[in-house]
Ligand binder design. Structure first.
Ligand code: GTP
Ligand code: MG
Length: 622
């Protein structure tokens, strides 16, 4: 360990012991703790977005575990016990190795697969608290999945953990081991001469590499023949190199210990101690030398920090992809609602939806002799006598026509809203991410319960706004001056109806009640306001209607938007993660953590000359 390239004392007092005075707020160690806190909060927010997809979810979970169980405690102190983790496929001999290290049967071995279902941890009694308290590496692990073996004779400053397998059918085993991988300071990967190429354990080794965890590999059950052994070790070394776990050219090497088949000490259910001597020596050295432990802890932390930056960038990329997906889903839902709103507008334009009964009533009014005389005689000439002219006219069926028209509009809009909801839901149900969201809130398959009352209120307001417009536009100057007999409300209804039928080219020759009523209605309005003012009022009424309907469509669509995280939030979080990644890169090259300076990653290369890596130093390869 002595060749671990730490630089002491460059920043702060690296020799200060854990009992020393507190670091001032701007000390580099505090700088690191603050940054770690910030990254942790970001990770929490990412988790809150419920990012979809197995790999992205795992990345976030790994980050949170890794920060909580390793980086944060290590950023505060390198003195806490080292977590030495035995991991590997089921039946490879992890528990047998564990017993060999302990020197007696402590973790049951067996032929049942998997044998170890709980985590067995050996430590000194005095370390219990630091291991299991909040922020400790074993905190939060179910009691029935954790067996703590506390003994004074356990190696000092070390917690030795026999983990459940990484590849069995027991999903919970894998989960537990994954958590431990995030907490460890040294991984001991146990495999066998026939199983070392299995796929699943290599996924775990990939994570060991990415988080810069120091690694030792034990190959159990090696064949007796020397040539055969060489084949196995050569092949395994190639695989390790291919996975980026060893790189002789760059000084990244690891311990590779071969254990011959049958090297068993059956008295204690263990591998023969002599067969795993290099590992026993290593553990003995760590237990007997505080400096060795600090060196390993700081190397593990430096590896973690080196792995953190790409990890944050991957999560930022995941968020960007999720934002693209969310945009696409929003687009799908928006298209459905826009399409139906467009269809609704086209239906309204023809006026065909207007109820025959309402039209007939209005026709009776605008077709009454007194009214037709009003516009056929020519209003200019008889201005003074308008009130006389309309005096005998029937009362305008204002309330009836208004209510029926609003009811029809509302029903029509509701049909379109139902169709939009159905279309959007059908399209979403074909998308895995959206399908889950729909299952959480199946109500969006149809319009909201209160949609009718909201439509009603908006349409009422719309009709009222037309009457106001009539008053402002035609009020003092025209309509009122020409006699109040037609009335503002009747004129408002006339404009409302013209909203659906006024084409500028309508003639009395068109057939049907609708056309005839529209024609007469238009003549009346033209006589009252003049064509130019009428066109303006109708224009305003039409936009008012589309706005009122559009508002309701927008509200209904918003229910879909609420089901998936807002893309803008995801993008800005991705940006924050990237700037935290940048900050990691710009941390000072050494940081003093409790009693020891920690080398930080990414010193820029000054020349293209291979040099030993800080991630896996030669000290591993004895
Ligand atoms: N014959 C033979 N058996 C061995 C050898 N090494 C280990 N075993 C046996 O293989 C079985 C599995 O070993 P364990 O130590 O329980 O394996 P493990 O990795 O802990 O397995 P899980 O707890 O299921 O993950 C035990 O019965 C061991 O005695 C060996 O070299 N030769
Ligand atoms: Mg076991």
């Amino acid at each position: 360990m002595s060749d671990f390239p730490t630089t002491r004392g460059m920043l702060g007092d690296a020799s200060r012991g854990p009992g020393g005075h507190r670091a001032p707020d701007d000390a580099p160690g505090t700088l690191l703790s603050r940054l770690v806190d910030r990254i942790d909060r970001l990770a929490e927010r990412v988790a809150g977005f419920a990012v979809v997809g197995e790999a992205p979810r795992r990345r976030v979970a790994q980050l949170r575990e890794h920060i909580a169980r390793h980086i944060r405690p290590r950023a505060v102190s390198l003195e806490a016990p080292l977590l030495v983790l035995l991991l590997g496929p089921t039946g490879a001999g992890k528990s047998s190795l564990f017993n060999a290290i302990v020197g007696r049967t402590t973790s049951p071995t067996g032929v049942l697969r998997p044998t170890t279902r709980e985590l067995v941890a050996l430590a000194r009694p005095g370390d219990r608290e630091i291991l299991t308290r909040a922020g400790g590496p074993l905190h939060g692990i179910d009691k029935d999945r954790l067996r703590l073996v506390l003994e004074e004779s356990a190696p000092e400053g070390i917690v030795l953990v026999d983990a459940p397998d990484v590849d069995s059918v027991e999903h919970a085993n894998r989960e537990l081991t994954d958590r431990l991988v995030e907490a460890a300071d040294l991984a001991v990967f146990v495999t066998t001469a026939t199983r070392y190429a299995d796929r699943v354990p290599w996924e775990v080794l990939g994570r060991v590499r990415d988080r810069g965890l120091p690694l030792v590999v034990i190959v159990n059950r090696m064949p007796p023949d020397v040539a055969d052994r060489e084949v196995v070790l050569g092949d395994l070394t190639r695989l390790l190199a291919g996975a980026g776990l060893v790189d002789a050219d760059h000084g990244i090497e690891i311990d590779l210990v071969g254990v011959p088949e049958g090297s068993l000490d059956l008295r204690i259910d263990a591998l023969e101690q002599s067969a795993v001597q290099p590992l026993l020596d290593r553990i003995e050295m760590l237990a007997s030398d505080r400096e060795e432990r600090l060196a390993l802890a700081s190397r593990a932390l430096a590896g973690s920090l080196a792995g953190l930056e790409p990890h944050l960038r991957s999560i930022a990329d995941d968020l960007d992809h999720a934002a693209i997906d969310a945009d696409r889903l929003r687009r799908i839902a928006t298209d459905a609602y826009e399409r139906e709103l467009g269809a609704l507008r086209d239906e309204l334009a023809g006026g065909a939806f207007l109820r025959a009964e309402a039209l007939r009533q209005w026709h009776a009014f605008v077709g009454a002799d007194e009214i037709t005389r009003l516009f056929s005689t020519g209003i200019g000439r008889i201005r003074a006598t308008i009130s006389t002219l309309v005096r005998g006219a029937p009362a305008a069926p204002v309330a009836e026509v208004r209510e029926q028209t609003i009811a029809d509009l509302r029903a029509l809009a509701r049909v379109r809203l139902a169709e939009a909801a159905r279309r959007a839901a059908v399209a979403w149900s074909e998308e895995p991410i959206a399908k889950q969201a729909l299952e959480r809130d199946p109500a969006v398959w149809s319009p909201s319960e209160d949609v009718d009352s909201r439509l009603e209120e908006r349409l009422d307001n719309w009709v009222a706004s037309i009457a106001e417009d009539v008053q402002t536009t035609g009020g003092p100057k025209r309509l009122l001056a020409r006699g109040a007999s037609i009335g503002v409300n009747a004129a408002g209804i006339a404009v409302m109806l013209a909203t659906f039928s006024h084409t500028g080219g309508l003639t009395g020759a068109e057939v049907g009640v609708a056309a005839a009523t529209g024609f007469l209605n238009q003549k009346l309005l033209g006589a009252l306001f003049g064509e130019a003012a009428l066109v303006e009022m109708i224009g305003r009424a039409r936009s008012g209607l589309i706005e009122a309907l559009g508002e309701t469509f927008r509200e209904e669509l918003a229910r879909y938007d609420k089901l998936i995280p807002p893309p803008s939030g995801m993008r800005s979080l991705a940006g924050e993660l990237r700037s935290a990644a940048d900050e990691l890169r710009s941390l000072p090259p050494t940081i003093s953590v409790s009693s020891r300076a920690v080398m930080l990653p990414d010193v820029p290369r000054l020349a293209d000359i291979p040099r030993p890596s800080t991630r896996r130093g030669r000290d591993d390869s004895r």
